[in-house]
Design a binder for this molecule. Sequence first.
Ligand code: RB5
Length: 155
Amino acid sequence: MSLFNNTEKPIGLASDHAGFQAKQYVLKILEEKGIPYKDFGAYDAESSDYADFAHPMASAVENGECYPGIAICGTGNGINMVVNKHQGIRGALCWTPEIAFYARTHNDANVLSLPGRILTENEIYDIMVTFLNTPFEGGRHKRRIDKIPLNPVGS
Ligand code: RB5
């Protein structure tokens, strides 16, 4: 597995307690493949609030310290809502490789959000590999994603 966009930057990881086990699985895969990452927590399976870990991770992707991000909670919804509060983040909740493929080709998603309590490890693996290896298509999709931020540059 290789990163399409930028192998120099660490992948930002964030979860809550419900995504902790899945995040540890992702982290293990990244370690095995020699892909750098930065873990923003949660660091254990004790009950926690996903926003506490997702905001710092999203900020790190936004400011260029990390790329991309992977965010995991129980359903993926809560943590995806948090990362998408950041104007520079396009977080995509993905539960199949096909959704992950289009999240990259059409949306240039920079955070992959996953439902840790719903997916098996094999499913997470396939989604993650697709997300990390699929380039943005650009063209008409660039025009569309440029309209997503609330205060787009030049507006
Ligand atoms: C935690 O129980 C759960 O609500 C959280 O992980 C997430 O699924 C929220 O969207």
